[in-house]
Write a protein that binds this ligand. Sequence first.
Ligand code: PMP
Ligand code: GLN
Length: 376
Amino acid sequence: LVERMRGFGTTIFAEMSARAVATGSVNLGQGFPDTDGPAELLDAAVEAIRGGHNQYPPGPGVPALRHAIAEHQRRNYGLDHDPDAEVLVTAGATEAIAAAVTALAGPGDEVVLFEPYYDSYAACVALGGATRRTVTVERDGAGWGFDPAALASAVTPRTKAIVLNTPHNPTGTVFGPAELAEIARVAVEHDLVVVSDEVYEHLTFDGRAHVPIATLPGMRKRTITVSSAGKTFGVTGWKIGWVCAPPDLVAAVRTVKQFLTFVNGAPFQPAVAQVLDRAETLAPAAALQAQRDLLCDGLDRLGLDVARPQATYFATVDVGTDAVAWCRELPDRAGVVAIPSSVFYDTDAGDHYVRLAFCKQPHVLDDALARLEKVL
Ligand code: PMP
Ligand code: GLN
């Protein structure tokens, strides 16, 4: 393994899901739903397979999906994108991020990440030979926020890009107008590109609205917006993601994507195209909100210090002790798997945080809570 990838080993998700299987634990680690996506979407994929959509699709993605994505951005956010020059279909958001980050930053360059960060960001920065600088998203009362001064000082003359994730995994926070304006101000001032991972855009709770940073003044031309059907429709294994950005940035991402996967998901692309116009109603936000409450209320009752999220699949618990050790013992002790959020930090700011996924059926969450109750 090349030097720059040492230290990335096996992802925490693979490790903990394997532990869950080996110990017969309830897996609240890796974030994936335990129910299928909408029947109409599944049927559309079966039809696409039967209908012969089984060879390489066009490089940028099938036209029907690119048009549906452009229409989705216009309808939801008032953002206009040319489906031919400004939209690219990728193998999940993961490939979009990998291609964007490696297209933007190489040896000698820096990329700003907010910690805790989704693990692939740091790995992709390293893969490209660049260096990351992190800004900590800290718990403040009921929510989470970052210090604008920390963002300002993370940017140097070598900085090429900021990777933003809102709604945010793992904290479940939705970045508000003031925070987005601060990031936009720094990006404009230093002429940076923002890679904005918005995969949880439709999984927000309590009526909370997601705002894409591309809608802020001066940002449309410097933002690569990333999303994915996996989260919106609860089909994480399909790996249909996309990028919306100005033509020059899409071309840069496409150049790298061509040599990562070339193309992907021939039958899944037309299927997603058929339902994307109903993303807001088909996304399982209401069910997830109820699952969030079930898990968070239960953890509260057990006396745990829970940060109730505004979005996503995840709740954070402050376990008041080393999170890695706590999570390592939990499968044997309680028959539950969770993820130590500390692995998503460069600093020690998250050493006591544990992430629990609630994108599971109510009876599974009840089972997990009953198991935890026995040992806590
Ligand atoms: N970004 C974030 C913040 C995520 O939580 C995930 C994981 N699901 C991804 C990207 C990856 O998305 P995909 O499965 O579409 O590659
Ligand atoms: N995004 C999911 C999570 O955060 C899983 C992603 C993965 O397994 N790579 O748990």
